[in-house]
Write a protein that binds this ligand. Sequence first.
Ligand SMILES: *[C@@H]1O[C@H](CO)[C@@H](O)[C@H](O)[C@H]1NC(C)=O
Ligand SMILES: *[C@@H]1O[C@H](CO)[C@@H](O)[C@H](O)[C@H]1NC(C)=O
Ligand SMILES: *[C@@H]1O[C@H](CO)[C@@H](O)[C@H](O)[C@H]1NC(C)=O
Ligand SMILES: *[C@@H]1O[C@H](CO)[C@@H](O)[C@H](O)[C@H]1NC(C)=O
Ligand SMILES: *[C@@H]1O[C@H](CO)[C@@H](O)[C@H](O)[C@H]1NC(C)=O
Ligand SMILES: CC(=O)N[C@H]1CO[C@H](CO)[C@@H](O)[C@@H]1O
Length: 267
Amino acid sequence: MSQFGLSLRVIMSSFELSSLFLLILLFPSFHPKGGASASASAEEADALLKWKVSSGNQDNTLLSSWNLQSNTAKNSSNLPCTWAGIFCIGGSVNWLNLSKSSIKGSLDSCPFSSLTNLQYLDLSLNQIFGSIPPQIGNLSKLIYLDFSVNQLSGEIPTEIGNLENLTRFALGRNQLSGSIPPVIGSLGNLVTIYLQYNYLTGPVPPTLGNLSRLEKLLLFQNHLSGSIPPEIGNLISLRSLIFFGNNLTGEIPNSLGNLTDLNVLHL
Ligand SMILES: *[C@@H]1O[C@H](CO)[C@@H](O)[C@H](O)[C@H]1NC(C)=O
Ligand SMILES: *[C@@H]1O[C@H](CO)[C@@H](O)[C@H](O)[C@H]1NC(C)=O
Ligand SMILES: *[C@@H]1O[C@H](CO)[C@@H](O)[C@H](O)[C@H]1NC(C)=O
Ligand SMILES: *[C@@H]1O[C@H](CO)[C@@H](O)[C@H](O)[C@H]1NC(C)=O
Ligand SMILES: *[C@@H]1O[C@H](CO)[C@@H](O)[C@H](O)[C@H]1NC(C)=O
Ligand SMILES: CC(=O)N[C@H]1CO[C@H](CO)[C@@H](O)[C@@H]1O
């Protein structure tokens, strides 16, 4: 009898344990001790509102839900998770999508260091100007970064090297200058790099050859110079390689012949 009771308890506790694991798998920010998420979201709401006002977007109708009152009727502890363009996991901002939302102003006061759980950031197709702040590197969990089609200028900060889980790095159609930081070659999860239509100078970094998952490398319409590094031939997953409209010289490396999945090659 007691033996039966013991094994039942073992089954029970392993069941509880596995459902706890399941919870952690489904909600990565779930923490058995709890408590942290409520204050995190209040801090996030506060920081996002400050950015909305200081960047001059207080009259943007698409951001009208971004205020501290909008939600009190429903549940005030849910802010900013009910705001337009935001999706939370565990009460903390996971997804921020303000693509094509007439956002203007700069990213200087953008609350990057407050959004510690952000994985998806899409600010494409807006009128954002100024430089990309080095605090972008604080978004260490970022998977998806899209600032395409804005008026961003200045250099690409080397702090992007912190974004180890980045799969999409899209800065096409801006006014970025300076060279492509070689540290980009350490972001081994990258699948797409879109840097076309900027004013980038300097060489195509040979470190790009480390990106074994890279499928699309679009660097066209910049001012890149030097020769095409033979390391590009190591990009075994590459499907699109578009480099035209630059100042590249020298020979086309033989190694490009290794790129058997390539569909689009436009040099
Ligand atoms: C408000 O939302 C939080 C987090 O989603 C939840 O834990 C809480 O029970 C809700 N409160 C009410 C009054 O609905
Ligand atoms: C953001 O929204 C736009 C337009 O609705 C959509 O095309 C895009 O895929 C979204 N981005 C993300 C990261 O979900
Ligand atoms: C990157 O992803 C892996 C696998 O999902 C995860 O274990 C790791 O914690 C992530 N890194 C960061 C900085 O979030
Ligand atoms: C990437 O490639 C360069 C040379 O192509 C190499 O020196 C470097 O160690 C590689 N690894 C990383 C993580 O950048
Ligand atoms: C290419 O380089 C030459 C010589 O350095 C320079 O005069 C020209 O403006 C460059 N063109 C582009 C598209 O960067
Ligand atoms: C909290 C945190 O990680 N802050 C960092 C954000 O990024 C800036 C610029 O790289 C660093 O100086 C901070 O330490």
